[in-house]
Design a binder for this molecule. Structure first.
Ligand SMILES: [Zn+2]
Length: 139
């Protein structure tokens, strides 16, 4: 087993997570079991099974392989819109599921990141930070 391979860790944690959920779901009653099997088949058809884990209805499926998920500890199986209040101006905003997918899977953003600033305040803060950095280098 290659310990440095993040995929190995991911499957391990995803499986453990799925198993925990499955234990609850699978019944000894053959009728219930059959119904559950049918449900899982439908979920697969709808694309609502990611790495063996059921994701909520309406959520955007994630591709955990592309995330920097801290060896499976913070892996995300799906994304949903997150509403937040900007810590700078107090304006309410929404971090959409599509934006999160792009941030976590393409930009490889910090998996623990939560939205705190609106776009306007964020870019102002970044400008201020860059200005401060420039001052330090000039000196
Ligand atoms: Zn703001």
């Amino acid at each position: 087993m290659v310990l440095d391979d993040p995929a190995v860790h991911l499957d391990h944690y995803a499986m453990r997570y799925a198993f925990k959920k499955m234990k609850k779901q699978i019944s000894k009653n053959p009728i219930k079991r059959k119904r559950e099997e049918k449900r899982i088949k439908n979920l697969k058809k709808e694309g609502r099974i990611v790495k063996g884990v059921e994701i909520p209805k309406g959520a955007l499926p994630a591709n955990p392989d592309n995330q920097d998920h801290g060896h499976g500890y913070a892996v995300k199986f799906s994304y949903t819109d997150i509403s937040y209040t900007c810590a700078g101006c107090g304006k309410k905003g929404i971090w959409t599921a599509e934006q999160q997918k792009k941030y976590f899977e393409i930009q490889k953003g910090n998996i623990y990141n939560v939205p705190r600033w609106c776009y306007k305040c964020h870019s102002r803060r970044m400008q201020e930070r860059d200005a401060r950095k420039r001052c330090i280098t000039i000196r």
